[in-house]
Write a protein that binds this ligand. Structure first.
Ligand code: GLY
Length: 572
C-alpha cells in the first residue's frame, strides 16, 4: 500500500448531479513512478470527502470497485443530499481488470399513472414548475435496486458491510460544509412548502451554519432496512408505506405496485474509437454516450492539437459539432424500451462526417438551419447482459442524480430521504425546453413505466486494450460537452488529469443558439474572432464538475477532483 501524494482540493459550488468514479486494484508487474498526485493501488473520487473516505476504506478492507461504489452511493445519500440519493437514479459503466465491460441503467421511470400531457394546462401549455417541484415531479426511484443488482453481480464483501458506513454517517452525523449550509438556508422557504413540519435536513428556522452536525435518524432506519432486507427493504414494507403515504399527501402518482415493479436494466455498453483509444460509455436511456461518440467522431479528422486548447478554430469546430449532435439528441433519443433509437447510425463515422459537411469556417451556422439528421431505419434489439468475474484492477464509473439540487424538495416523512424531480427530463411538450433548456419530441414523450432521457455520461477509456481513464460529471445538458472536453484535454492537449478536469469549459446545445463560456475560458482575441463570425457568446458560472481518474504510463493513478466543488480524490 503505497501512498504517493494526497490531493488537497476544496471549493464551493452546488451541483445537480454527482459522479462517483471508483477504481481498485494493484498495478501488478509495473513499477510506479513517484509523480505528484499519483497513487499505486487504487483511488476514489467523489463529490464529498466523507464519501471518498468511505470508498477508500472499503477498498483497503479488501472490497472491490463495485463494493466501494455501492458504499459511496449510499454514503453520498447521507452526506451530499443535494444529489446523492436513495430516491433518485443513475447509470453505471463497469470494466473488469480483464477488460470485460458492462453497464447498468438504474434510471427512474414514469409511474404507471403518468400520462403524456400531465404537465399541460387546458390550452396545452406547460404549467410552470409542475414537473419540477413537489410530489407530481417524482419518477419511481432506481438507485437502491441498481446498487442491489450491481452488488449481486460483482460484489465481494457482504451487503451489510457495504451499507454499514452510510448508516454510521446518518446516525452519528457529519459536519455540513459552508456551501451546504448556505444551500439549505437558501432553499428553506421552498423546503417548508413541501415539508411544513421540518425534517432532519429542513430545520424549522432555516439557520444552518458551517460545521453544524447533521444527524438523520429516519434515513439511518431506512438504510438499516435496506441492509437487512435488500431491495425489499426499500421497495416494499415500511418504506414503501411511507412513500405512498407521502405521495397521497401531495397528490403524487407513485403506488406500491410502481415500487414493486421497478427494476434496473443491464445494457450492452456503447463503444467507439477516438485516435486509437476505445471509449466505453452509456447507451440509452442516457443520450450521453451516443452524443459523446458523435462529438469525438465529428472532430477526429481535424488537428486539434496543432490548433491548441480553446483556440478560435478548436472552439468553432467543437461548437458546430455540438450544435448538430444536440439537434439529433432532441429528435432521435429516448428510452430504448419504448422507442427505436437509431444508435448504430448516429454513432457511425460516415454519418457524423456527413453531418459536418455543411459546416462553414467563415460564419456560424444558425441553429435554425440545422435539423436532426436522417436516421430512421429500424435497428435490432441487442442483449444487455454480460457474465464478468471480478478481479483487482476493476473500474466503475457511476453518475447518479435527483435531477435538480435536492430534487423535488420533498423529504419522505418517516423515511428521511429526498424524492427526485426527474419527470422534468421527459419532453413535457414537443419543443418546450426543460430546466436545462433541452427540447425533445416523440422519442422522449411521457408514458407509463417509461424512463426519461438523460445526459449522464459515465465513461471509461482504454488505450492498447488497457484501462486508461474513468470519467464523468454532473451538469445537466453540459454533462456531455464537459466529459468530451475532459477526454480531449488529455488525449489531444496532453494535460494531466487534474488540469484536464480544472480547465475552463464552454458549451453549445443547438437551442438556445448561444455559446456558454466559463470565466476566462476564452481570451479576448478568440472571443472577438468568434463574435465576428456570428457566434453569440454568453458567460456562465461553472460548467461541469468532473471527477476522473487517469492511469499513467507508469501504472499509477492520477486523480482529477473538480475544484468547482467540494470534490475529493483519495488514493492509496
Ligand atoms: N437529470 C439530468 C440528466 O439526467 O441528464
Amino acid at each position: 500500500m503505497q501512498k504517493i501524494i494526497k490531493l488537497q482540493l476544496s471549493s464551493i459550488l452546488s451541483g445537480y448531479i454527482l459522479i462517483v468514479t471508483v477504481l481498485s486494484g494493484c498495478v501488478s508487474g509495473q513499477l510506479g513512478k513517484k509523480n505528484s498526485d499519483e497513487y499505486k493501488n487504487g483511488m476514489v473520487v467523489s463529490a464529498h470527502p466523507e464519501a471518498s473516505k468511505v470508498g477508500v476504506e472499503i477498498l483497503k478492507k479488501g472490497g472491490n470497485a463495485v463494493d466501494a461504489a455501492v458504499a459511496v452511493q449510499f454514503a453520498l445519500a447521507v452526506v451530499y443530499p443535494n444529489a446523492g440519493n436513495l430516491g433518485g437514479g443513475g447509470f453505471m459503466v463497469y470494466r473488469s481488470s480483464k477488460g470485460e465491460i458492462n453497464t447498468l441503467d438504474f434510471r427512474e421511470k414514469g409511474p404507471a399513472a403518468a400520462s403524456r400531457d400531465m404537465y399541460l394546462d387546458s390550452a396545452g401549455n406547460p404549467i410552470l414548475g409542475k414537473s419540477l417541484y413537489g410530489h407530481l415531479a417524482v419518477g419511481v426511484p432506481g438507485s437502491v435496486d441498481g446498487m442491489v443488482e450491481a452488488h449481486k453481480k460483482y460484489g465481494k464483501l457482504t451487503w451489510a458491510e457495504v451499507v454499514k458506513p452510510s448508516i454510521d454517517l446518518a446516525e452519528k452525523g457529519f459536519q455540513i460544509t459552508k456551501s451546504q449550509a448556505s444551500e439549505l438556508n437558501g432553499l428553506h422557504r421552498n423546503f417548508m412548502k413541501f415539508n411544513p413540519d421540518g425534517t432532519a435536513l429542513v430545520n424549522l428556522d432555516g439557520t444552518w451554519k458551517e460545521n453544524d452536525l447533521l444527524i438523520q435518524n429516519e434515513l439511518a432506519n431506512t438504510l438499516k432496512l435496506i441492509r437487512d432486507k435488500g431491495r425489499a427493504g426499500f421497495y416494499e414494507g415500511d418504506v414503501a408505506g411511507f412513500v405512498v403515504a407521502e405521495m397521497q399527501k401531495g397528490k403524487g402518482l407513485i403506488t406500491k405496485e410502481d415500487l414493486k415493479n421497478y427494476h434496473s436494466a443491464w445494457r450492452k455498453p456503447l463503444t467507439g474509437n477516438y485516435r486509437g483509444y476505445k471509449i466505453i460509455t452509456m447507451p440509452p436511456t442516457s443520450s450521453g454516450g451516443i452524443a459523446l461518440i458523435q462529438l469525438l467522431q465529428s472532430v477526429e479528422p481535424y488537428p486539434l492539437k496543432k490548433w491548441g486548447h480553446n483556440s478560435d478554430s478548436t472552439v468553432q469546430l467543437i461548437v458546430e459539432a455540438e450544435r448538430r449532435v444536440y439537434a439529433d439528441r432532441a429528435t432521435h433519443l429516448g428510452d430504448p424500451d419504448f422507442y427505436n433509437v437509431p444508435k448504430n447510425q448516429l454513432t457511425s463515422i460516415p454519418y457524423n462526417k456527413n453531418r459536418m459537411a455543411n459546416f462553414n469556417w467563415s460564419r456560424a451556422t444558425p441553429s435554425s438551419e440545422v435539423k436532426a439528421g436522417e436516421a430512421n431505419a429500424k435497428e435490432h434489439e441487442e442483449t444487455t447482459h454480460f457474465s464478468i468475474v471480478d478481479k483487482e484492477g476493476n473500474a466503475v464509473s457511476i453518475t447518479t442524480t435527483l435531477n435538480g439540487s435536492y430534487g423535488s424538495l420533498v423529504v419522505v416523512k418517516g423515511a428521511g430521504f429526498l424524492f427526485n424531480n426527474e419527470m422534468d427530463d421527459f419532453s413535457v411538450k414537443p419543443g418546450s425546453p426543460n430546466m436545462y433548456g433541452l427540447v425533445g419530441g416523440e422519442a422522449n414523450a411521457i408514458a407509463p413505466n417509461k424512463r426519461m432521457l438523460s445526459s449522464m455520461t459515465p465513461s471509461i477509456v482504454e488505450k492498447d486494450g488497457k484501462l486508461f481513464m474513468v470519467v464523468g460529471t454532473p451538469g445537466g445538458s453540459t454533462i456531455i460537452t464537459s466529459v468530451f472536453q475532459t477526454i480531449i484535454n488529455v488525449i489531444d492537449f496532453e494535460m494531466p488529469m487534474q488540469s484536464a478536469v480544472a480547465a475552463k469549459k464552454f458549451h453549445h446545445q443547438w437551442l438556445p443558439d448561444e455559446v456558454f463560456v466559463e470565466k476566462d475560458a476564452l481570451d479576448s482575441l478568440t472571443t472577438e474572432k468568434l463574435k465576428a463570425k456570428g457566434y453569440k457568446i454568453s458567460s456562465r458560472g461553472a460548467i461541469g464538475r468532473v471527477d476522473a481518474i487517469l492511469k499513467t504510463k507508469w501504472g499509477n493513478y492520477q486523480g482529477g477532483a473538480d475544484p468547482r466543488g467540494d470534490d475529493k480524490a483519495i488514493g492509496y
